[in-house]
Ligand binder design. Structure first.
Ligand code: DGJ
Length: 556
């Protein structure tokens, strides 16, 4: 499989087609361009997250934006590594890149700040016409302070570590000490101030505060300081938010008290860091979660206790109001686990965003599920040519086929990502990815019991005739549908057959009145041809080709 390396075009500021704007009807001035173009067509507005009827959009340049993102490897945030980052980003057709900003890098000596890498990154990202999501590797980077400066991580007295129930010191810094909070907060505020003054272009669209917080090898801190807090009353705002009765941690939460105390302590710490950062520069902030088993209760010793796992999301939501989104890092490969995790994190009080996912080819199809559930973005991890692979979490090699598995999705969606993000805010987008065992799915295009249409999506059945669907050789199919208006849908995907059906019982026969193939260019639908005859008789067959259809249904 060959990889198309495109040179990114200069951005064009462009109005949306009148038809789509009325369809999207989202009530904001929309500046549409290609995803790469819109990456730099800045209106100067500070990005923000808006909520409408329990759905969300990330607003970039005053309009909904879909992050077709990539995360670089952990140690790629050095100027010398950037030449190995951009070619992968270009091949991937990403419009956003997630890059760590390490505390050790910006404050190597206490009070002395060095933003030279960030400045280089900003300049180069603008040249590449991509947006950035910065990842603050501070007190927590996967449980520990590895990315904190040595003056922090080597000073246990000033910045105490978690002591577990057996009295053993763990790597994780305790969230219960003011000195740690103050030091982290000071550095983070300096970072946000630097961005506030240095990013009028709004190249940075979101900030991740810490990375996969939580503690391994201890449910919570048992140091005397933490014990004292644990013996006290649960803070009133938490009791109120959870509708619980006041009392001590044990009285209120029983057997969960230890983990919930740790979750509250970390969430409250992170919230204070984020709140101070936002006071300097108010752009959207999120946290990412190392997952707990999505189907069953697990001992918190088996995961990062106190991080934003699904069982403590209510605590995090109550304790960290400055955090806009809690995003799951999904390295699960199976359909059930992946989609269950999307259900757990995509809630009326939490926008769906997958800030990390495995970069093995089999993960690429989940992009359609994430976008179809209103996701703000999707980001395969480790997308650079610095030579590291996190197999078996991700791909064994970042070869051309691997990049292409993700790039084909981004290339397909890039020209219409603004439309999809706007329609998603109105609950008008649906998606499906191929499971391993099941070869036929039904997707209802709207609220169950109310939606006029649903689609049957089948995998691995050829293009002609009614042979039984056998599934693709490896699960790799996926589809996206968006409602443009009554009985009119945008339909696209790969390696799947889509057949419309009525979602409600009816005797009235119907037909595909018109099926246009075309594409979006700077917000305008460009007609290419009509599909009819063999191309529609057996359903709409999507192959490896990037094909986008506009389908109109009618009764007869
Ligand atoms: C999840 C972390 O958030 C990433 O930084 C990285 O360490 C991956 N795990 C593993 O590659």
């Amino acid at each position: 499989m060959s990889i198309q390396v495109s040179s990114r075009q200069r951005p064009v500021r462009q109005g949306v087609s009148a038809r789509l704007l009325s369809a999207a009807c989202v009530g904001f001035m929309v500046l549409f361009g290609s995803a790469a173009g819109s990456a730099q067509a800045s209106s100067g507005a500070i990005p923000k997250i808006v909520k409408q009827d329990g759905r969300y959009a990330l607003m970039v340049d005053d309009a909904p934006f879909l992050m077709l993102s990539a995360q670089v490897n952990n140690s790629s945030s050095w100027p010398a590594m950037l030449p190995k980052v951009w070619p992968a980003v270009t091949q991937l057709h990403a419009n956003t890149v997630e890059v760590p900003i390490a505390w050790q890098q910006i404050e190597p000596r206490e009070g002395e700040f060095d933003f030279s890498f960030l400045d280089t990154l900003l300049v180069q990202a603008r040249e590449q016409h991509v947006r950035l999501v910065l990842l603050w590797f501070g007190t927590w980077k996967n449980n520990g302070p590895a990315y904190a400066p040595e003056w922090v991580k080597l000073n246990n007295e000033r910045f105490p570590r978690v002591i577990n129930a057996k009295g053993v010191r763990r790597d994780s810094l305790s969230p219960n000490f003011q000195a740690t909070l103050e030091a982290d907060r000071k550095a983070f505020v300096a970072l946000m101030r630097h961005l506030q003054s240095g990013d009028a272009e709004r190249t940075v669209i979101m900030i991740q505060v810490e990375n996969e917080t939580g503690t391994y090898g201890a449910v919570r801190d048992y140091s005397p300081t933490a014990q004292k807090l644990f013996g006290g009353a649960v803070p009133q705002e938490l009791v109120k938010a959870l509708g619980a009765r006041p009392g001590t941690w044990t009285q209120v939460f029983g057997k969960n008290a230890d983990e919930f105390f740790q979750a509250y302590s970390i969430a409250h710490f992170v919230d204070q860091v984020a709140a101070s950062g936002k006071a300097a520069y108010p752009i959207p902030m999120f946290v990412n979660a190392a997952l707990r088993d999505p189907f069953r209760d697990q001992d918190p010793y088996d995961y990062a206790s106190g991080g934003p796992t699904w069982n403590v999301l209510d605590i995090w939501k109550a304790a960290a109001p400055s955090i806009d989104v809690i995003g799951p890092d999904i390295y699960l490969h199976d359909y059930r686990g992946y989609t269950r995790t999307l259900e757990l994190y995509g809630r009326a009080d939490n926008a769906l965003f997958v800030p990390e996912t495995g970069n093995a080819q089999e993960s690429a199809r989940f992009f359609f599920e994430v976008v179809g559930r209103g996701g703000l973005g999707f980001a395969p991890f480790g997308m650079d040519f610095t030579g590291y692979v996190n197999f078996p979490l991700g791909a064994p090699a970042l070869d051309e086929d691997t990049i292409e598995a993700f790039a084909r999705n981004y290339k397909l969606v890039e020209p219409m990502m603004r439309q999809l993000a706007a329609l998603n805010l109105r609950g008008k987008v649906w998606g499906a990815a191929e499971p391993a065992e099941v070869h036929v799915q039904h997707v209802v295009l709207g609220a169950a019991g109310n939606a006029p249409w649903q689609v049957e999506v089948s995998y691995g059945r050829g293009m002609f005739g009614e042979a039984d669907p056998k599934g693709n050789q490896t699960p790799s199919g996926g589809v996206l549908l968006a409602e443009l208006g009554p009985n009119e849908y945008l339909v696209t995907g790969y390696r799947a057959r889509v057949r419309f059906e009525r979602a409600q019982p009816s005797q009235m026969p119907f037909m595909l009145a018109r099926v246009e193939e075309g594409h979006y260019e700077q917000g305008h639908w460009i007609f290419e041809r009509l599909w009819n005859g063999d191309q529609t008789d057996w359903g709409l067959n999507f192959t490896n080709l990037p094909q986008v259809l506009r389908v109109r249904l009618a009764d007869y």
